[in-house]
Design a protein around this ligand. Structure first.
Ligand SMILES: *Cc1c(COP(=O)(O)O)cnc(C)c1O
Length: 432
């Protein structure tokens, strides 16, 4: 009898009803083999599946759950707010509270607008950039994922890389034609393009720290060059902080690199596990949005009280004591990094751990940590599949794709991390 009997039964039913049984492709376990596990509940750093198997969770709902699962302050806030009505489609106090928290923490945000996903945030920010500049072209970097809006679904990392699809069917080439893709970490390519076409560029968009195709930490000089060239040619710099916003620190990747984008996009952590996205920038830019300005963007459930309450409860904890939570997250991340790197060294495998704060990535390849998508070795996927299975057996739940990162939360205590490292030791022993 399988220990995943109930999950398997649910999966069979799901596959009849939803493509591959899932509502987001990477969840389907295609790139690591096996079948997805159906999760029934989570508390702290642990999740329990439909068969009662327990796992230490390093996915954290793909980034949002920086406080761990079902953190009491968040759950209580959500429950109280929900009891007073789920949505009104009219302004509510919770929007004002979350907007105050967000703009109070991030110096370059004078105003924000809330939406319901990271995809929507980025799509809207790009529209705003085009509306404000009167230009069409957008520069993105290969391996960066910015959600599934048509014109950004070009060379976009994990979900797509995993399936070997360079871009999606159903995207007219004329849409993608406004998107210029450059390699990360390549000053020359970027400078050359700006010299040729700088006047046509509405926006340059980059992930705060690219974390959807491994973890491609960029050099501060490269980020600063993007900033200065955008200023020079009148293009807007959009920093996609959907993963890094309120994950790397109170001012996300902008704070880490010391740059000020014109527009920044948020999702994941900002909603504390509820569907929330946001984009923001200067008052002048944001007042281009309808109903004040000509750029249209709207949403039936945007800023709904329950989602706003979850976000606000999460940010209040993260922003308390001058952002003390981030030192703790960094400490936990460092402990896990050191432990796993020690295991790799002990078993003499040429792998490494890349880390920034509480985001880690297993670089299952030789050599320096890659800074470009093109430097990631696709062969690593096979090794990862073996490692993923061996860890799952030992109660450690990693994202089911080699391109995905590990998220540490405040609920991962030292003892759990020690257990995780022990599981890695056994798993690497088994597969190496
Ligand atoms: C997840 C992600 C998005 C898309 O957010 P969704 O909420 O999944 O639509 C956009 N940009 C980045 C950097 C992301 O990691």
């Amino acid at each position: 009898m399988s220990r995943y009997e109930r999950s398997q039964e649910l999966y069979r039913r799901a596959c009849e009803l939803m493509p591959a049984g899932v509502n987001s492709p990477v969840r389907a376990f295609r790139s690591v083999g096996g079948e997805p596990i159906f999760i029934e509940r989570g508390l702290g750093c642990e999740i329990t599946d439909a068969d009662g198997n327990r796992f230490v969770d390093y996915v954290g709902s793909w980034g949002p759950l920086i406080l761990g699962h079902a953190r009491i302050e968040v759950v209580e806030e959500v429950a109280w707010t929900a009891a007073a009505g789920l949505s009104f489609g009219a302004p509510c106090s919770q929007e004002v509270e979350l907007a105050e928290l967000v703009t109070g923490a991030v110096p370059h945000l004078e105003m924000v607008r809330f939406v319901s996903s990271g995809t929507e945030a980025v799509m809207s920010a790009v529209r705003l950039a085009r509306g404000a500049t009167g230009r069409d072209a957008v520069i993105k970097f290969s391996g960066c994922y910015h959600g599934h809006a048509d014109h950004l679904l070009v060379s976009a990392g994990s979900g797509l890389a995993t399936f070997g699809t360079p871009s999606s069917a159903g995207v007219p080439s004329s849409f993608a034609g406004h998107t210029i893709v450059l390699p990360l970490d390549d000053e020359e390519a970027f400078l050359g393009l700006m010299e040729d076409r700088g006047q046509e560029i509405a926006a340059v968009i980059i992930e705060g720290v690219p974390a959807n195709s491994g973890l491609l930490v960029q050099r501060p000089d490269f980020m600063r060059l993007l900033r200065s060239e955008c200023t020079r040619y009148g293009a807007l710099l959009i920093l996609d902080e959907v993963i890094t916003g309120f994950r790397l620190g109170t001012n996300g990747a902008a704070g880490y690199y010391g740059i000020e984008p014109d527009l920044a996009t948020y999702g994941k952590v900002i909603g504390g596990g509820m569907p929330v996205g946001a984009y923001g920038g200067s008052r002048e830019l944001m007042e281009q949005l309808a109903p004040l300005g000509p750029v249209y963007q709207a949403g039936t459930l945007s800023g709904n009280p329950v989602a706003m309450a979850a976000g606000a409860a999460t940010l209040r904890i993260l922003l308390a004591d001058g952002g003390a939570a981030y030192s703790e997250l960094d400490r936990l991340g460092a402990t896990l990094e050191k432990g796993i790197a020690g295991v790799f060294a002990k078993h003499d495998v040429p792998w490494s751990v890349v880390r920034i704060g509480s985001i880690l990535w297993l670089a299952l390849q030789e050599g320096e940590a890659p800074r470009r998508f093109e430097s990631i070795r696709p062969e690593a996927a096979e090794v990862y599949a073996g490692l993923h299975r061996a860890l799952l057996e030992r109660g450690i739940y990693l994202a089911p794709s080699v391109y995905e990162v590990i998220f540490v939360s405040l609920a991962h205590d030292a003892e759990t991390i020690e257990e995780t490292v022990k599981a890695f030791d056994e798993a690497v022993e088994e597969i190496a």
